[in-house]
Design a protein around this ligand. Sequence first.
Ligand code: PLP
Ligand code: COI
Length: 355
Amino acid sequence: MEIKFVENKNPKTMPAEDTLGFGKYFTDHMLMMDYTPDKGWHDLRIVPFENLSIHPACTALHYGSEIFEGLKAYRRADGEVQLFRPIENIRRMNNSAERLCLPEIPEDLALFALTEFVKCEKDKWTPHKKGTSLYLRPFMFGNDESLGVHAVKHATYVIIASPVGSYYKEGINPVKIMIESDDVRAVRGGTGYAKCGGNYAASNRAGKKAEDKGYSQVLWLDGVERKYIEEVGAMNVMFKIAGKIVTPKLTGSILPGITRKSCIEVLKKAGYVVEERLLSVDELGEALKNGTLEEAWGCGTAAVVSPIGELCYKDVKYTINGGKIGEVTQKLYDTLTGIQWGEIKDEFGWTVVVK
Ligand code: PLP
Ligand code: COI
């Protein structure tokens, strides 16, 4: 497909790299593409970053027909910029599209669009400092101009980009997490495995309650029995219990994280036993009490690996690994970020250089 380019004649200044935070600044351009039943995907374009103009009856505004992805472009020491497993994000977005009745994007078209956009923004906007990157946010929304509730016919696809530092203000320092026993993030048969905006809207109340009590995020339990551990905030979660790595299996209400998948591959290669299975909060509580819970961490693109130093369940606080980052958590962080920033050899073939 042809791609049109309209240059931004009022370019911004790249902010100082130690002030980036997460998702506060946006680059000079954005990529857009439209879908209609007669033309399919068409009008692929890179245009100046600007507000969108949408009809007040737009489907996404009323019925939540919106999906998104998150991946990063990393600057290597030699100056090249690379993506981490972009095809995984493209496939997951198509799975989300299928669930929400939005149009899928052929993989080669999605990869072409992403790469062209990164080529356009990377030199100016990919920061250099350790721990920084250019966060890419592809998203798609239903754009029918009518209030009927139906599978979407018209859709818009956009990619925006934001130079970012660390997601949590704690950086790689351990965070405090509260186990949430009332609200649930998603249910089996619902949209938990899809990356759709509504899942995040539904999670905000519990997240706010945790923050108000001095915690960074919540540990989600399953929606049927409030018994099995699912995710932590907007990340997958892993535990080291008596020497083995345990992570909740993908039951349909959990987002299949690309960092999760990568952690499992790195850990298995390093010889660890990794169990993807149901893990009940009672089993976790027992491991906390008898000292066999050796490490706990969240994993996701934004924070990469985020150690959990304290867990609160039913108002009882438990410290994990003395509140310090554990050995496996640190090793995973070093391996993944080492591959992402091109500091160690990518033996897995995960990185894609954009030239
Ligand atoms: N779980 C949720 C709910 C998320 O939003 C994310 C972030 O994308 C993840 C897990 C981690 O997924 P990934 O590692 O692909 O970023
Ligand atoms: C992640 O990348 O881990 C996320 O969950 C992104 C978040 C901002 C939705």
